[in-house]
Design a protein around this ligand. Structure first.
Ligand code: ZN
Length: 338
């Protein structure tokens, strides 16, 4: 099976299909964030094309999907969603509804999307407020970060009432070729990447990205969670991928070199953990830790992810017994245990 060399392939413009391997198209949808695009992929299926991830639900994305469908030599047959984040699941409901095709997703990601879409349903937000107060944020920032609950629903279409469940290790047949579902944890709870050993292609989702590291966060829904342990451990689920595998990530450029990239991702987090062990020789709050993890200035959107990422790193060290946590006037302090 011949592969195109990814460094020679330029990213497709919005609405354009770019052949990236035989019977496999790469397309991009715009995002209104610092990360301004998501990569989506189309796999030739029996009788048409299976799509992997969908873009956020916006008028622009919907119009681009219509342009894409006009260029295909067959209909969209089914929709695979790697995980619940809006840039991946956003248009899945819209496409499922308008095309009447099945949507495939892991169980946790499906139900988490439905729950996020439904919103607070009258529940109070005191736990959310407490999560940010414990991080050491000032009252104004806490108010800003806890006052908007409409975010998910604004960029995600209604989720379909039925789905096809994807499970870790499951093997799917797509146009007579086997694709394995590989479980990723940490970035989202039950992320699925699709690996084709026969064609040496991995549709990685957000689990393995080039140049940037996927966000690993302990969010206010589960503030004491340890997603970093899950992330680092589940990277080993990719150990059997062939070294020549073409990795098709959800952001930036396709690449070859999966195992080098996995080592870099692990080293990145271990370097952050080592830094925190040193910095916490003097007790630190989450807010005080941020500059040691993020070189850049953080806006409100960035702060939401950065706080969660900092919690994830201290929670990892707490679980290891390398840090302790104590609370003073409602704020957490983390100290290295010698
Ligand atoms: Zn994601």
């Amino acid at each position: 099976m011949s592969q195109l060399i990814p460094s020679h392939v330029s990213p497709p413009a919005p609405g354009q299909l770019q052949l990236i391997a035989e019977d496999l198209y790469w397309l991009r949808m715009p995002l209104p964030f610092a990360l301004d695009h998501i990569n989506l992929y189309l796999i030739r299926d029996t009788g048409g094309w299976a799509i992997v991830d969908t873009g956020i639900c916006s008028r622009t994305t919907k119009a681009l999907w219509s342009q894409i469908q006009d260029q295909l030599d067959g209909p969209i047959t089914r929709i695979f969603v790697t995980h619940m984040h809006p840039d991946h699941v956003g248009c899945a409901g819209f496409l499922t509804e308008s095309l009447r095709v099945p949507m495939y997703m892991s169980q946790t990601e499906y139900f988490a999307s439905r729950a996020l879409f439904a919103g607070a349903q009258g529940a109070g937000n005191w736990q959310d407020v407490q999560y940010y107060q414990r991080a050491g944020l000032d009252a104004d920032t806490v108010t800003k970060l806890t006052s908007d609950y409409g975010g998910f629903k604004q960029i995600v279409s209604s989720l379909p009432l039925s789905f096809q469940r994807l499970r870790a290790g499951q093997v799917l047949q797509i146009n007579g070729t086997s694709w394995e579902c590989i479980l990723g944890e940490g970035h989202s709870p039950e992320h699925i990447s699709l690996y084709c050993d026969e064609r040496l292609v991995l549709i990685a989702g957000d689990q393995i990205l080039p140049e940037i590291t996927p966000n690993i966060g302990s969010y206010s829904t589960q503030p004491d969670s340890n997603p970093l342990a899950g992330y680092l451990t589940s990277l080993d689920n990719f150990a059997h991928c062939h070294p020549a595998t073409l990795v098709l990530p959800s952001h930036r450029q396709p690449f070859v070199g999966i195992h080098t990239r996995i080592q870099e991702l692990k080293a990145h987090h271990h370097a952050h953990l080592d830094t925190l062990r040193k910095v916490c020789q003097t007790p630190q709050t989450i807010v005080e830790i941020l500059p040691h993890l993020f070189a850049r200035e953080l806006n409100e959107h960035g702060m939401f992810f950065a706080i969660a990422e900092a919690y994830a790193h201290v929670n990892y060290l707490l679980a290891l017994g390398a840090l302790t946590r104590h609370e003073e006037r409602g704020v957490y302090f983390f100290s290295t245990l010698n």
